[in-house]
Design a protein around this ligand. Structure first.
Ligand SMILES: C[S@@+](CC[C@H](N)C(=O)[O-])C[C@H]1O[C@@H](n2cnc3c(N)ncnc32)[C@H](O)[C@@H]1O
Length: 219
């Protein structure tokens, strides 16, 4: 079995992306479990996770690693979160903000099995209601498909430490259907530029055609 580590805690096993499973024997979605040298890995589906897609498309700046604290906006049912949880490990922490009750139900069952994941059932616009529980974080992740995505990044960016990275899946159609995606992205970058420097943008086709995956550094 051919295996190599792409980033700390991120592996390629027989050409497929994978993370080491924090909870042995337990699947979160339809991923495959692979046993190798006494360890267990979960395959990471780039069609289900934009972060996996960005890594496979050559993203260079990976700040999510063992021990990181991460604020994740738009956690949904925990698919990508579960892999972030594998990567940050037991010393790390992952705060998962989600406002859909249906998604939250499933997310809570994932969090119950993973001691480093903390569900926050709230709107990412209500930062003041969860800021104290989260404190300062190393990494911010945002995948919320909302018109006010740039404003949400600026607001929640208040919890990101200086120099910390923000990973943002930008859906141009959620922000504007009348402007071209290129223009929407340009305006997005301009809106957040007071606080965030764009350090990388990755197109994640063929895995996802609706989003641009951007990496920012907090100034
Ligand atoms: C595209 S899905 C996220 C998928 C997830 N990031 C993954 O890769 O597994 C977007 C999620 O963001 C949530 N969402 C959208 N706006 C939000 C907001 N303002 N506050 C909290 N959650 C929000 C939606 O309910 C939905 O579950």
């Amino acid at each position: 079995m051919e295996s190599r580590e792409t980033f700390e805690g991120v592996f390629k096993i027989n050409g497929r992306l994978a993370t080491e499973n924090l909870v042995h024997g337990v699947r979160v979605y339809d991923e495959e479990l692979i046993k190798k040298d006494g360890k267990e890995y979960r395959t990471w589906n780039p069609y289900r996770s934009k972060l996996a897609a960005a890594i496979l498309k050559g993203m260079k700046n990976m700040a999510i690693k063992k021990g990181s604290s991460v604020l994740y906006l738009g956690a949904a049912t925990g698919t990508t979160c579960s892999h972030v949880s594998d990567i940050v490990g037991r010393e790390g922490s992952l705060y998962c903000v989600e406002f859909s009750e249906n998604n939250m139900r499933q997310l809570i069952s994932v969090c119950n099995q993973r001691e480093n994941m903390f569900p926050i059932f709230n709107d990412a616009r209500n930062l003041e209601q969860y800021a104290e529980d989260v404190g300062s974080v190393d990494v911010l992740y945002q995948d919320v498909s909302a018109r006010d995505q740039p404003e949400l990044l600026m607001l929640n960016g208040g919890l990101l430490r200086k120099g910390g990275l923000a990973y943002v899946a930008i859906k141009s159609q959620s922000i504007s259907v009348s402007k071209s995606p290129r223009q929407v992205y340009r305006e997005f970058f301009a809106k957040v530029s007071r606080t965030f420097e764009l350090i990388e943008s990755v197109e994640i086709v063929p895995f996802d055609r609706m989003h641009m995956f951007a990496v920012f550094r907090k100034k």
